[in-house]
Design a protein around this ligand. Sequence first.
Ligand SMILES: Cc1cc2nc3c(=O)[nH]c(=O)nc-3n(C[C@H](O)[C@H](O)[C@H](O)COP(=O)(O)OP(=O)(O)OC[C@H]3O[C@@H](n4cnc5c(N)ncnc54)[C@H](O)[C@@H]3O)c2cc1C
Length: 408
Amino acid sequence: MMQSVDIAIVGGGMVGLALAAAFKDTELRVAVIESREPETELADLPDVRVSALSRSSENILRNLGAWQGIESRRCAPYSAMEVWEQDSFARIEFDAKKLAQPDLGHIVENRVIQLALLDQVKQQSNVLLFMPAKCQSMAIGESEAWLTLDNGQSLTAKLVVGADGANSWVRKQQDIPLTHWDYGHSAIVANVWTAEAHQKVARQTFTPQGPLAFLPMGESNMSSIVWSTEPNRADKLVAMSDVEFNKALTAEFDARLGLCEVVGQRFAFPLKMRYARDFAVERVALVGDAAHTIHPLAGQGVNLGLLDAAGLAQEVTALWQQGEDIGTKRNLRGYERWRKAEAAKMIAAMQGFKDLFSGGNPAKKLIRGIGMTMVGQLPGAKDEIMKRALGLKGDLPILAQRSKSSVI
Ligand SMILES: Cc1cc2nc3c(=O)[nH]c(=O)nc-3n(C[C@H](O)[C@H](O)[C@H](O)COP(=O)(O)OP(=O)(O)OC[C@H]3O[C@@H](n4cnc5c(N)ncnc54)[C@H](O)[C@@H]3O)c2cc1C
């Protein structure tokens, strides 16, 4: 059966679902096509895929009505952050209280974010959910696009949105060129029990091999780690016994929280920078990882993606209210310019951080130490950095600005 919608979102991950939820107060007809149905039951042990959500993401999720579904499932606010360089005096700390903030962000399992958004989207009468279903073909016509799904159904839409992740099928179907490079790192993710309590502090150390982050989870001695290191070493670290891994991890982290013990499985993800040349072509727009991927060292990937979703929803709603065609490249140019510029700034910042902290050259180390000490002492400099990390700087979509139910 052929169904007709205004917007077909391919990919019902965190970003695709946030986009669908952002049309909740409109009459736009939306379809979401997601190939994998997430398991609704959470295990006692958190999933290993987590995100550090910034204040702007919290605002978006609150404004979409999904924050309650996150809090009622599981999330962990963190109140301070410590960053230091291994074997150096370079060190900087951020404290929510000193910055007059209730917290610096939340660590949330990706599946929890997805499930909370799914609760919202399922309540929207303007959303058709195809899950599990995969897109099989796409054709672009003059005034609409045609999609066929692997369950035999077909759709027409004025706009197709690729929210289908780093290896986006939509991006490939449209032959949208990609600028990409390898970060020369794989990131190991795992749950780790530490002898000392984390005290709601997010910690990251920069070693000559790459950054290692301990993100505090709800339990006082449980952290989620993101350990970025050279790919061969990452493979070895994933393959070694738990005992060997624990030893290596404790040493790499300067035993900052005492002995570490990995709990459950660990996985390694190769890290690549990707930047689509076009975020919008005729009848198609890209959001989230389909449009860009960055190094997780500052935990900004999905934060950037949620801003894309909020930005695209804002632009498309405005076009629709003005009676304009929501799918032409010309009309989507505003979205493209806006979000491409924001993504480019973030890509440059991540590369800058990675280059600044790579290698153990003593002169470079000294400069890093002096730089961090100066930032820590200069009035206003820390606030400025933190406002950026909280996502409260830059050209924010309305949904990302302070929410009615937010605490600050
Ligand atoms: C190790 C690591 C740590 C990270 N830590 C952080 C962090 O702390 N903070 C942060 O902000 N970001 C972080 N990120 C980045 C973050 O995980 C991604 O930016 C985020 O997952 C992107 O969300 P998305 O919805 O765009 O894509 P995805 O999460 O990849 O979702 C895409 C969805 O599309 C579906 N799909 C794909 N193809 C099709 C198809 N043809 N038809 C139907 N459905 C399809 C998939 O099943 C999936 O559900 C991290 C990344 C890594 C690798």
